[in-house]
Design a protein around this ligand. Structure first.
Ligand code: NOJ
Length: 954
């Protein structure tokens, strides 16, 4: 139903007024659906409850063979076709055959796709093209020869078993016929189980019952209303749901974005801390969102990870439509026991129930078994996080809004005056001419190019916001071109542009599903098109869920039409990513040769990591939001969205100086580090709070800059391996069961443990747990702690609790300058934190920070190791001689290691001998400390970062 314009204006006004109101943060629950208000969820719930009831009648303990699932495999329909097992599955009464294809990929990944064998019309299946690496065209499959299909009778039922070798183990996949179930057996244990609860339910496509024909009784199948909106559902029901159980696991993680705990909570069956609603994945602009809630927020990544002390496995549910996930737990379940070889044992189990509204069922099972294996597998599917522009790792200074050109330059000057390094200053929507993106308010910004040149002088960049709604204005070039070319998303009938309200008032939205529209919008970011932009300008995509102020749930109606006639419902969760991609493509190609783009997006999906950073959205200036940012940032990293941060300071409201200080002290450990504030808040740049806060904030920001070489090296690792940048404790300490739900401390890479202070009272001692039989070192004082250790630490406002893990080498740049660009040729300091056995390893990665020439070898990548009191720097095996590499080495020929600090050497050392390029020299060595807290500094060994060398201490 379309709202009348007057109603729309009112709604828009109401949204704006309420947005401008500051106090009493509380989400307007009534704006968003609960699961009970969603017809396809209700239908699956009713189905599931029916199955559960029938299953109970069948026996007390529910195992695969006993569930009342009505779906079975058609006799003689199972065969192995190369790397794919094919089966026809059918519901006992509706008899519509479904074709299931189980493909065996490299690294033990199993893909299960399913839909009607003979669909009435096509289902939306572009998600795979838009999300998977190379559009899914080059997936690596297991060799057909490595697969073996056997079929046997167990308890009178046929079981088909495909045995194969995954990366590490012999694995097998077992499929039962009656009912249809699948078990992924890893290490002889059925680990990931599909339909073992019997909740698989596939709503096949059907003809709409005629006016006098039999009415399809399904609840809300052909029309559904929410408040004043009607979803016309012209295609009828097409949802599907499946239970996926992780047998032997108590913890599951991921599926961002929710303001929830790291270890996901149960959503059914009660229990401690359980939610009463499922986790929802549906990109939404939730104004003043709640904390500790499974409500959908701005991004959706349907990737879930289960971890226990033996292994880490994952499930990637590739679907871009609205999705709900219920989580239940059983302490001891017999799931999967029927087909277990050997004696049945009971396992704790997390069962999840996934339900998507439309599209094709497309699921990937990832066997791990280590986190490193799992992320390699996931990256194989959706790619890694590429190396970002180096400046993007620096500090971002943002506010809604820096008023004008003079304000921008004044902030720039002030930051320099206070010796606070920063890399980027941001302009929110008010910089435009009436929210017409790609334009400037010429009164406030008379000469944006001169402004950017001034910023660039000391290596600073500018980011402008470019939202996806296009003001409906026949005089506005962008609107006119998009309209003339038919690039806008269409209304329900497909006859006219879809129209809605956002910041500029009446707006239209470009349809990025249309490749021509996407490349047209990309080209608008080119220097000759985007007036007033320079190569120092980068972009922020906001409101791209999309946010539509007068739409259902503040978004688009699900039945409006995209390119190819697809409904918005089919692609809602990738809409924001398509815009993110188009923007990144535009920035990448605006210079020749291409340069790495930087684009921040609010909406995201699996695959968004390829296009830039995201942030957690509109948080608030209070301690609860500060705390909540930790699991939110970690959950995104768990789900492969690495480059993420929360608004430092909290978006709504005014932070106290203590909160602001603590937020900077935490924010420097977010991969994406940006301070931001709502238009109605007081100014809060670092100097505003005076001393001692200014000094604390400056120290925090400087710590970020000191560690930029470590951060950049972590991004390099992520770009190769897919490993998260910030990691939950379980990921680094997989056997520390007591830390599996730890979400107030975390690891940055494998070397740094951060225990942030998140309490208003600075005198409140902080609980710290240092795991494993290893030494940990206070990163500031170098005091040694012998783990395992659990104790409280004092943490006044000047103190932050950050520990280096024994056995690691951390590269830093210690000279403080105004921006990362100004530090690029600065010398390196290496901190060697010695393990209990006297060893340490680490790496250092450097490149030009902006081009793609690293792909041709223009980088320095060193493997650093410390053993037998000798520190050695060797090239990584990826280093290859190329003209580009030689050129880069030349550019870096003056960059040396200016200091090596070895922490934790028990014996006093007096001498260091350096060997570089076959030349030997003795150098100065200073030893300080006691047997326990020792520090040994080699001042200026003067070895070059690009050379092979070793330094031996005695
Ligand atoms: C909503 C965004 O989340 C926020 O960061 C931004 O400042 C406002 N839109 C205005 O553009």
């Amino acid at each position: 139903m379309k709202l009348k314009r007057s109603t729309a204006s009112l709604l828009y006004l109401a949204a704006t007024v309420s947005l401008l109101a500051q106090v009493g943060l509380a989400v307007k629950q009534e704006d968003f659906k609960t699961s009970e208000q969603v017809a396809f969820y209700r239908r699956h719930r009713a189905f599931a409850d029916g199955v559960a009831k029938e299953s109970q009648l069948l026996g007390k303990s529910v195992s695969a063979s006993q569930t009342a699932s009505p779906y079975s495999v058609l006799q003689d329909s199972v065969y192995l076709d190369g790397h794919t097992l094919v089966a026809s599955v059918q519901h006992g009464t509706d008899k519509v055959p479904l074709k299931l294809k189980v493909s065996f990929l490299d690294k033990g990944i199993v893909r299960i796709r399913g839909q009607e064998a003979d669909p009435l019309k096509p289902r939306f299946d572009d998600t795979q093209k838009l999300v998977l690496r190379d559009g899914g065209a080059n997936l690596k499959y297991a060799s057909a020869g490595s697969l073996q299909l056997t079929s046997e009778a167990v308890n009178g039922e046929t079981v088909h078993i495909v045995s194969f070798r995954d990366a590490n183990n012999t694995a097998s996949l077992r499929m039962t016929e009656r009912p249809w179930t699948v078990e992924y057996v890893l290490n002889n244990k059925p680990s990931i189980l599909l339909n073992s609860k019997g909740l698989f339910h596939f709503e096949h496509l059907r003809e709409k019952p005629g006016a006098d024909g039999e009415v399809d009784g399904a609840d809300g199948a052909w029309e559904e209303t929410f408040r004043s909106w009607t979803d016309t559902k012209p295609r009828g029901p097409e949802s599907f749901g499946l239970d996926i159980s992780f047998s032997g696991y108590e913890h599951v993680y991921g599926i961002p974005e929710h303001a929830s705990s790291l270890s996901l909570k149960s959503t059914r069956g009660g229990g401690k801390d359980a939610y009463s609603q499922p986790y929802r994945l549906y990109n939404l602009d939730v104004f003043e969102h709640d904390l500790d809630s499974p409500m959908a927020l701005y991004g959706s990544i349907p990737f879930m990870v289960a971890h226990n002390a033996e292994s880490t496995v994952g499930v990637f549910w590739l679907n871009a439509a609205e999705t709900w996930i219920d989580v239940t737990r059983e302490k001891s379940s017999t799931l999967g026991n029927l087909f277990r070889l050997g004696t049945a044992s009971k396992e704790p189990t997390v069962s999840t129930h996934w339900i998507s509204e439309s599209g094709v069922m497309d699921i990937f099972l990832l066997p791990g078994p280590s986190a490193a294996d799992l992320y390699r597998q996931y990256a194989e599917l959706v790619e890694q996080t590429p190396l970002p522009r180096e400046f993007a790792l620096g500090y971002h200074q943002c506010r809604w809004n820096y008023l004008d050109q003079a304000d921008v330059l004044a902030v720039n000057d002030k930051l320099q005056e206070h010796a606070i390094p920063y890399d980027v200053i941001w302009l929110d929507i008010e910089h435009t001419d009436g929210k017409r993106y790609f334009t400037w308010d010429s009164g406030k910004f008379p000469d944006p190019v001169a402004m950017q040149k001034k910023l660039a002088y000391n290596g600073h960049q500018l980011v402008t916001v470019v939202d996806p709604h296009i003001k409906r204005d026949t005089e506005y070039r962008i609107w006119k071109e998009a309209n003339d070319n038919g690039y806008f998303v269409k209304n329900k009938e497909g006859t006219d542009n879809f129209q809605g309200w956002c910041w500029p008032g009446d707006s239209n939205w470009v349809d990025y599903l249309n490749p021509d529209a996407a490349s047209w919008i990309s080209s608008q970011f080119h220097l000759d098109k985007y007036n007033g932009s320079t190569p120092n300008l980068f972009v922020w995509n906001d409101m791209n869920e999309p946010s539509v102020f007068n739409g259902p749930e503040i978004s688009m109606d699900k039945d409006i039409k995209h390119y190819g006639g697809w409904e918005h419902r089919d692609l809602h969760n990738i809409f924001g990513m398509l815009y993110h991609k188009a923007t990144a493509d535009g920035l990448r190609t605006r210079e020749s040769p291409d340069k790495r783009p930087f684009v921040l997006s609010r909406a995201y999906f699996a695959g968004s990591q390829r296009y830039g950073a995201v942030w957690t959205g509109d948080n608030a200036a209070n301690w609860e939001h500060l705390r909540a940012s930790i699991p939110m940032v970690l959950s995104n990293n768990v789900a492969g969205m690495h480059f993420v941060g929360a608004d430092v300071g909290g978006f709504f409201g005014n932070p106290t100086p203590e909160l602001m200080t603590r937020w900077y002290q935490l924010g420097i450990w977010y991969p994406f580090f940006r301070a931001h504030a709502h238009i109605d808040t007081k100014r809060r740049e670092p100097w505003v709070f005076g001393e001692p806060y200014l000094s604390h904030i400056r120290n925090a920001i400087r710590e970020r800059y000191r560690l930029l070489p470590y951060w950049y090296t972590l991004f390099r690792e992520a770009s190769l391996t897919g490993m998260p940048l910030v990691r939950p404790m379980w990921m680094e300490f997989p056997k520390e069961t007591s830390m599996f739900s730890e979400d107030s401390s975390f690891m940055v890479g494998s070397a740094i443990l951060v225990v942030p202070a998140t309490d208003a009272d600075a005198n409140q001692p902080i609980d710290v747990r240092l795991p494993t039989q290893e030494n940990w070192y206070d990163i500031h004082s170098h005091a040694t702690y012998i783990a395992p250790l659990k104790r409280q630490f004092a943490s006044d406002l000047a103190t932050t609790l950050v520990f280096a893990r024994g056995g690691s080498i951390i590269p830093t740049r210690e000279r403080q300058r105004g921006s990362s660009e100004l530090m690029r040729r600065d010398p390196i300091t290496l901190y060697v934190y010695v393990s209990r056995t006297g060893t340490a390893t680490g790496s250092l990665y450097l490149d030009d920070g902006e081009t793609y020439s690293y792909q041709n070898g223009a980088f320095i990548e060193r493997e650093l190791s410390f053993e037998n009191a000798t520190l050695t720097s060797r090239p990584s095996p990826r280093t290859k001689l190329s003209p580009e590499q030689l050129e880069f080495l030349k550019a870096m020929s003056k960059v040396r290691v200016e200091r090596v600090v070895i922490v934790g050497m028990r014996n006093p050392l007096t001498k260091a001998v350096v060997v570089e390029n076959g030349q030997t020299r003795d150098i100065e060595l200073a030893y300080a400390g006691s047997k326990l807290d020792s520090e040994c500094t080699i001042r200026d060994p003067a070895v070059l970062v690009g050379n092979d060398w070793e330094i031996t201490l005695s």
